[in-house]
Design a protein. Structure first.
Length: 358
């Protein structure tokens, strides 16, 4: 078993065992609090440019079932766990998580104190770090290198290369793929919608020309303010009066397109147990989340949009309803995968909105 090291930009070094690929990687270190659903986490394109720490101590006990993948491949730069299960036991399992990481060239480290690591990230905020098997690293030089890392423009890396269609006999929905999880399209398709999935760089004019009943803006990775060209196209979609439903990054991009602002959170929301409150009903739903940026309420023009959902834990914006428009957006993931399905009714609300607008 090969030694591996996790070196943080604050100088903290964790020593553990190498898992998956042995290549060296520098990334932004984030943590996810989900107890299950590690495969959905690994294959969520929103993790591009980041290394994921799983706070649940034992990972891999039910193996890998490729039917549960949220995209065609895993996206994190690295994977960090307390303990990997030595055996995987599930009638659907097609292999071990160790082999899956190795096959996809994802480096990782196990056997470290992920509780201590998570406390550092909560207290100091998200940090950059390096995963390496090189025992002869120079700490001072390594830290200088780690500090220069940025995730950059990652939407371009995760979006589809060409449009494709999921056939249906219901409403026609154009899905903008900024790093979409598969279950977004599936949730619409299961409700009868014909879903056309478009690359992130598709122009608003091309989408509007197809006369869709509705437009879906997907989740995705990175800083929303980096998506300058996409934001310009979203403003055109906003002006088109076509019904729009946006999730996660799509929610942030719509806010930026309409004069709002976003900021980076200290350590983000990533997990399957985040409570969100619907301000119209005062009902609380448990949600799946994966984001490091939020919309600033004080920068939103109150005549354009109103807050519809808030996070019960910290009061951050979790949803917006756009006034005088058939548009609503949420920061959390109603398609779940792996999280709870409390808020999947929002897809039904989107379909009702498309029907009323016609």
């Amino acid at each position: 078993m090969m030694k591996a090291f996790l070196i943080l930009e604050d100088g903290t070094v964790f020593t553990g065992t190498s898992i998956g690929s042995t290549r060296e990687v520098i990334s932004e270190i984030v943590f996810n609090t989900s107890m299950t659903g590690y495969l959905e986490v690994l294959t969520d394109p929103s993790y591009a440019g980041q290394a994921v720490v799983m706070t649940y101590p034992l990972i891999g006990n039910y193996g890998i079932c490729k039917e549960d993948m949220e995209s065609s491949k895993p996206w994190p730069d690295a994977y960090i766990v307390r303990e990997l299960s030595r055996l995987h036991s599930n009638f659907r399992s097609e292999g071990s998580i160790q082999d899956f990481l190795a096959e996809n060239d994802i480096p990782g480290i196990s056997g470290i104190d992920t509780r201590a690591l998570t406390k550092i990230l909560r207290e100091k905020g998200t940090l950059n770090g390096m995963v390496t098997t090189n025992e002869n690293f120079n700490l001072e030089e390594t830290i200088a290198k780690i500090k220069t890392y940025t995730t950059g423009k990652v939407v371009e890396k995760v979006t589809c290369s060409e449009k494709r269609v999921l056939a249906g006999n219901g409403k026609k929905v154009a899905l903008m793929d900024f790093g979409a999880k598969k279950n977004i399209a599936k949730s619409l398709n299961d409700r009868g919608c014909e879903v056309t999935i478009y690359p992130a760089a598709t122009t608003a004019e091309e989408i509007i020309a197809t006369n869709p009943d509705g437009i879906m803006l997907s989740n995705g990775p990175g800083d929303p303010q980096e998506c300058t060209e996409i934001i310009k196209e979203i403003k055109k979609l906003y002006d088109s009066n076509i019904p729009i439903f946006a999730i996660c990054l799509g929610h942030q991009l719509m806010a930026l397109a309409t004069g709002g602002d976003t900021h980076k959170m200290k350590y983000g929301h990533r997990g399957g147990n985040h409570p969100v409150k619907d301000l119209s009903t005062n009902k609380v739903y448990i949600s799946s989340q994966n984001h490091g940026y939020v919309v600033d309420t004080d920068k939103m023009d109150p005549s354009i949009a109103e807050v519809s959902f808030v996070n019960v834990n910290d009061g951050t914006v979790e949803g917006l309803h756009y006034l005088g428009k058939n548009i609503f957006t949420v920061q959390f993931h109603p398609e779940a995968s792996p999280g709870p399905q409390d808020s999947e009714f929002l897809f039904d609300e989107f379909i009702k909105m498309m029907e009323v607008s016609k």
